[in-house]
Design a protein around this ligand. Sequence first.
Ligand code: BG6
Length: 463
Amino acid sequence: METLTLVVFGATGDLARRKLYPAIANNIMSGLLPKDTRLIGTARQVMTDQGYRRLVEESAGRSWPKSAPLTYLSGDADQPAVHQALAEHLKGTRGLHLFYLAVPTQLIGPVVARLAEAKLGRSRGRVIVEKPFGVDEASARTLNRQMQKAFAEGEIYRIDHYLGKETVQNILVFRFSNGVMEPLWNRGQIDHVQITAAETIGIEGRSDYYDHSGALRDMVQNHLLQLLALTAMEPPAVFSAEGVRSEKVKVLSAVRPVRAEDAVRGQYQAGMVEGVRVRAYTAEPGVAKDSRRETFCALRVFIDNWRWHGVPFYLRTGKRLPERATRIQVVFKAPPLDLFEGAAQTNILTIHIQPDERISLRIGAKRPGLGTHVDPVEMEFVYASSFRSASAEAYERLLVDATQGDPTLFTREDEVEAAWRVLDPLVQRWDRETSCPPYAAGSWGPQTAAALIARDGRTWLDP
Ligand code: BG6
C-alpha cells in the first residue's frame, strides 16, 4: 500500500471530530489505510502535538495507532504561513498527500490557492472537499475554477457522504442488476416518487454554519438530489466512475429548476421530539432571535426527459421531525380495474436508506378466511437478515476510495453545478424572505407541506 500523508484542514472542527477521526482510526486498524499513515492536523487553535493526539483519540474513542505519526500545525488556513510550515514538514516524504478540507465553503478557494503557492498542489497532491460546495451555481462554478488551478480535476474529490452509504450504493445495483425493474421504472407505471430525509436532531451547536445554509443547501442540493439522480438516471453503458457520473449529470440537467410555487419552507418552534421537550430554532445557542433560516423544506420536482415526463418527485427534509428516517418511495399506478371492491392496492416500493435498512414492496394479499378481503402487506429484503457483515461507515468507505483514486462515489464538477442550477431560483428567493412559516418540533413540518402535495390529490406517505 502506498505511503499516505493525510492533512486535515479544520482539524478541531465538528466534522473532523465526529466523522473523520473515527473513520481514519478504524481504517488504519482494519488495514484499509496504511499502518504508518501520517496524520497532520491544522486549525487556528494553538495546540501541541500531544494535545492534538488527545483530541483525536477522544474523538475516535480509541488510542491512536503507535505506527501512525501525528502532528499539529496551528495557523490560519487562508494565510501562507501554515502552508509553508506544511511544505517544510512534507519535504522528503514519499507517497500520496491527501488534503482534507473540512472548512467553511468560503475558505476553500483561498486554502487551495495557498497550497498551490507552497507547491503542494499538482505534483503528488489530491484533495477531498467537504460540502457545501459553494452557496449557489455561480459560486460553485468559481470554486471549481479556483480548485482546478491548483489540482487536476481527477485529483479533486467532492464529498457527499450519502454516496458512501451502503444502501445508497445499492440503488443502482437494485435497479440495474435485476431485469424485472427496468420495464416498470418509468412514467408508464410510476405515479410519483417521494424522497424523505427526516431527522429528529436539531442543529447540534452548528449555528455558525447552519444559519447561513438552511435545509435547502444543507440537505437538498447534495444528499436529496443525489438520491433523486440515482433513482432517476439511465443505466450507464459501463459501471465506471465516468459512466455513472455522466448519467447523473444527464438526469440532473433534465431537472426543471424549482419554481417558488413548488416549494415550501418552515422553521421549528419549541415542541416534543421522541418524548423530550426541545427548544425553538431561534432559541438555539448562536442563532439570531429573528433568524428566518429554514430547517424544513418540501419541493415538487419534475424531470423533463422521456422516462419521467409528468411524474412528480416530492422531496422533503427537516430537523426536529417525529422520526429519523431516510427513504425513497416509488408509488406505482393503481390497477386499471378494481376487481375486489375498493381493495385495489397502490403498490409502493420503499428503499429504506436508514435506519432499519431494507427494501419493501407493498402489495395486496388475501386475508385468510371466508370471503375475499384484501389487505396491504409488505414483501421485504432486510439487510440484517440477508447479510451477516455490518456495512462500513460512509466516511470509512469514502476515505479508502479517495486514497485509492476511485472517484465513482464523489461528485464531478459539472454534477455539483447541475445540482445548484435546479435550486438556484429558490436559494436566491429564500435568502431574501422576511419570514419563515413555523412548525412545532415533533411534527411533520408546516401545514403548507401537506398542502403542496394535496394540491395534486396525493399525500405524504408518513408511517
Ligand atoms: C450532513 C448535514 O451533511 O448530513 C447535517 O450537514 C445532517 O445537517 C447530516 O444532520 C445527516 O447525515 P446522516 O448520515 O446522519 O443522515
